[in-house]
Design a protein around this ligand. Structure first.
Ligand code: ASP
Length: 433
């Protein structure tokens, strides 16, 4: 496969994975064979990506922040990042609400199908409810409290604590600016070199990406539910997918109008990260690749990308918030409920907050959906209705989550004059060896 661009290699891996999975479903031993001999390679691939997430954030953010001339630049960047993240999320939820109210997918579900789906998946839905209870029971300031770790080694030992690692790295970077240059020079150089090594690790891991996605998709296909379910929930799935597509169009408009770049440039740069987001269903696992693509191929300077992207991977989930809005109203429709305008406005608020609270891992959006449903007074048992086809939708919303972060990073970079030419002109160069 020498000489073929990376995104093609990944796409070929994905298609072959699906085909292989489909063939395997024809054999009695197929599911077990894939589970025993193929699936582990997918897991190894995801683990290797997650493995470098914490060191990458530490090294690149410390380097990024300490490269800034002064701290006021950081607060300007921080304000713009958070502002843009909130705006894009609200746009996403609004697209979702508009579509679900227009298409009304819930009305196409018969009473019979609804009862069957709820009965089949109630146990699994209850598990999600319990997880959400834990989140709900914490106080209003708990998110702020959780931001500051009491022990950095503990914080860095769990990928779910990404925000704590970000907090430490920013704090460390700021302090590094304040230390006399004679003392800070060596530390800066260390993180600089460390960062280079991590970026090289990403390149090497990406060489295995086509095989990794093959394994991931083959195991998903053999484990996927029957096609009948997709038919019953077809309109719901179409609504979510259409919404996500419109969201991608919206990002491209921002790229044209505000960043002033061509969509083809943006898509070429970000495509491998999108394909990986689809295959892994996790923005956290995709983060190293998103950072590499945005920095090396889209021209965002590292000071910006190392700050905007890790925060985005944890708090900005536009695809997830769009899905939560559609799912909430779909469930209400399927249960014959009419939602007034205030309830729908409430959904905008809770879906925005819930997507901020969702972890960047598969299925997290569904856990937080419980909170959106509870706030809007929609039966939580409705989770059982959408459970069966959550994974494919999760894969697609993760693409939107990652693309949203990349778009905002380009906008912030443009606004602070840190959007340059891509370091790698021929965008596949660092893989052609
Ligand atoms: N899987 C999504 C992500 O990692 C989160 C979700 O919507 O479940 O971005």
């Amino acid at each position: 496969m020498k000489g073929i661009a990376l995104h093609w290699k990944i796409l070929i891996g994905m298609v072959l994975g699906v085909v292989f999975g489909l063939i395997m479903t024809q054999f009695d031993f197929g599911k077990e064979f894939v589970g025993d001999w193929i699936k582990p390679f997918g897991k190894i691939f995801i683990n290797s990506l997650k493995l470098i997430a914490v060191p990458l954030i530490l090294a690149s953010l410390i380097k990024g922040v300490s490269d800034l001339k002064d701290i006021s630049q950081l607060s300007i960047m921080g304000g713009r990042t958070i502002g843009l993240y909130i705006i894009t999320t609200v746009v996403a939820v609004s697209i979702g609400l508009f579509l679900v109210n227009t298409i009304k997918p819930g009305e196409s579900i018969s009473d019979q199908t609804r009862k069957e789906l709820v009965a089949q998946n109630l146990d699994k839905a209850n598990k999600y409810k319990q997880q959400a209870e834990i989140q709900k029971s914490s106080g209003p300031l708990s998110a702020l409290e959780d931001l500051v770790p009491s022990n950095i080694v503990n914080a860095a030992s769990n990928n779910r604590n990404m925000l704590q690692v970000i907090f430490f790295a920013i704090f460390f970077g700021i302090s590094l600016i304040l230390v006399p240059e004679k003392k800070s020079k060596t530390v800066k150089e260390f993180f600089d070199g460390f960062n280079e090594v991590i970026l090289k690790m990403i390149d090497l891991i990406m060489l295995a990406a086509p095989y990794g996605v093959f394994a991931l998709l083959a195991s998903l296909v053999v484990e996927s539910p029957s096609i009948d379910l997709f038919k019953a929930l077809g309109w719901y799935a179409i609504t979510v997918i259409l919404g996500l597509f419109l969201l991608l169009v919206f990002y491209n408009l921002l790229i044209i109008l505000i960043v002033r770049k061509k969509p083809s440039f943006f898509i070429n740069g970000i495509l491998p990260a999108q394909l990986l987001a689809f295959s892994t269903s996790s923005s956290a696992a995709t983060l190293p690749v998103t950072m590499e693509r945005v920095t090396e191929h889209l021209g965002v300077e590292e000071e910006v990308s190392s700050f905007v992207l890790p925060i985005g991977a944890t708090v900005n989930m536009d695809g997830t918030s769009l899905y939560q809005a559609v799912a909430a109203v779909f469930i209400a429709q399927a249960f014959g409920m009419h939602l007034g305008i205030e309830t729908q406005l409430g959904i905008i608020l809770t879906a925005t907050l819930a997507s901020i609270g969702s972890a960047a891992v598969p299925g997290a959006g569904m856990v937080m959906l419980v909170i959106v449903l509870a706030q809007a007074g929609i039966p939580e048992a409705g989770l059982a209705l959408i459970f069966a086809i959550d994974r494919p939708l999760d894969m697609m919303r993760t693409i939107a989550n990652v693309t949203g972060d990349a778009t905002v990073s380009m906008m912030v970079a443009k606004s602070v004059g840190k959007l340059g030419d891509p370091k790698i002109k021929n965008w596949d160069d660092n893989y052609k060896k």
